[in-house]
Design a protein around this ligand. Structure first.
Ligand SMILES: Cc1ncc(COP(=O)(O)O)c(C=O)c1O
Length: 415
């Protein structure tokens, strides 16, 4: 295709005149291609897909029924803008009942989102001027940083390592970065490490934010998916509401990724700024979806059932992977199991293959064993296994686990 004048019009932030011309293939595209190639090489074989970052099941039937009921109401048909009071009130109740965070004013301290991704893409417009820094954990979900860079901001990465319990080292940030930092973005339980925070860590984050005049954005997309105890909200930390906001989502907690609904809660001024930019960005999620999401927030037992499933799968996967030599340990929440990637694999016949990084290990797993994972080579060479693989019921899960054990049974990994 010859270049049209349009090629010369693209903004530098997406590559300018070079937009679309790069031949680099990104990680998730490589995984997709490897999956396709593996299927073509083994027609009809079962790919065990532990790469996906979304639930394998539908929203619960009662939630679908609620959507149906709400979609039939004429008053729900129009632009929702920043939402009516239904989801706001349910969010405040949810924070109190489920997370133990009282005192959230639904009118001034909650605004819905069309999913946390949308909120993370909107918030930088409210905060970031050219030259401002954002502190982002790595590996991690990059959306806030991507948009901050669109506005001329800079990203300072805070590596998450096993030695640091996958919590960022807030004391080691260079002074010149800290002086220009506007926001710190954290996410617990964490994607991809599966790590959880602690009340002590959140208290430290509040203190850090106060001392350095930065705002805290806690992406709580997996907060409700915990295997023991109650979900841990950043807003439960004393003083949190003075420094930050928390982003909740129905995507993972209620099997509703496609529905696009969540909420932002916390500091009134930040919530207002989010709402103002949001109002200039979208016209709100369909009220019927918001009301179905509100129903969910009043039914946390749905999440508890989902979390129990992931917990059961996690235990089985940890056992199978440990049997194959991986350093797997059950996380306290999320659906991600993060392990060191193997450095070498030796087949029964003695053929030996070395991996230079996690990506090569992941490619080998999909190509040779039809097991799909996501590699991360940011702070360590690690693989993310997601327990959202397709399985109909507990018996089917057992079958999948036995299948993984058998596929990995004829090789020896070195780490
Ligand atoms: C850490 C994290 N934040 C946010 C999102 C997006 O969530 P939502 O579906 O609410 O936009 C994801 C989705 O994978 C995620 O992993």
């Amino acid at each position: 295709m010859s270049d049209s004048y349009i090629q010369n019009l693209f903004a530098e932030r997406i590559g300018g005149r070079q937009y679309g011309k790069s031949t680099a293939i990104y990680k998730f595209e490589k995984i997709k291609r490897a999956k396709r190639a593996a299927l073509a090489a083994h027609p009809g074989a079962e790919i065990i897909d532990m790469g996906v970052g979304e639930p394998d099941e539908m929203a619960f039937p009662e939630v679908v029924a609620k959507l149906h009921e709400e979609a039939r109401k004429p008053e729900n048909r129009g632009y929702a803008d920043n939402g009516d009071g239904v989801l706001k009130a349910a969010a405040a109740r949810y924070l109190e009942r489920v997370c133990g965070v009282g005192g959230i004013n639904p009118e001034t301290e909650v605004v819905h989102s069309i999913g946390s991704k949308a909120a993370l893409s909107i918030l930088p417009a409210a905060l970031i001027n050219p030259g401002d820094y954002v502190l982002m954990t790595t590996p991690g979900y990059p959306v806030f940083g991507t948009h901050a860079k669109y506005y001329g901001g800079l990203v300072h990465n805070l590596p998450l390592t096993e030695a640091g319990n996958f919590l960022p080292d807030l004391d080691g940030i260079p002074g010149d970065v800290l002086r220009k930092a506007k926001a710190v973005v954290i996410n617990y339980p964490n994607n991809p490490t599966g790590a959880s925070a602690s009340p002590e860590f959140f208290a430290k984050v509040v203190d850090f934010a106060r001392r350095n005049n930065v705002v805290v954005i806690h992406d709580a997309a997996y907060a409700a998916l915990v295997f023991e105890g109650r979900p841990l909200s950043f807003l439960a930390a004393p003083g949190a509401k003075e420094v930050g906001i928390e982003l909740h989502s129905t995507s993972k907690s209620f099997n509703m990724t496609g529905w696009r609904c969540g909420f932002v809660a916390g500091n009134e001024l930040l919530v207002k700024a989010y709402g103002d930019v949001k109002d200039n960005t979208d016209s709100g999620q369909f009220l019927a979806i918001q009301h179905a999401a509100a129903y969910c927030l009043d039914h946390p037992e749905i999440t508890e059932k989902i979390a129990a499933k992931y917990s059961r799968r996690m235990e089985a996967l940890v056992e199978v992977l440990r049997g194959a030599g991986f350093n797997a340990r059950k996380p306290r929440g999320s659906f991600f199991l993060y392990v060191d990637a193997p450095k070498v694999v030796t087949a029964k016949g003695g053929a030996r293959r070395e991996f230079r990084n996690a990506e090569e290990g992941s490619q080998w797993l999909i190509t040779e064993k039809l097991i799909s994972t996501v590699p991360w080579d940011d702070a360590c060479a690690c693989l993310r296994f997601s327990v959202t693989f397709a399985a109909r019921d507990p018996a089917d899960e057992k079958r999948v686990m036995a299948e993984i054990a058998s596929r990995l049974g004829d090789v020896k990994f070195e780490f």
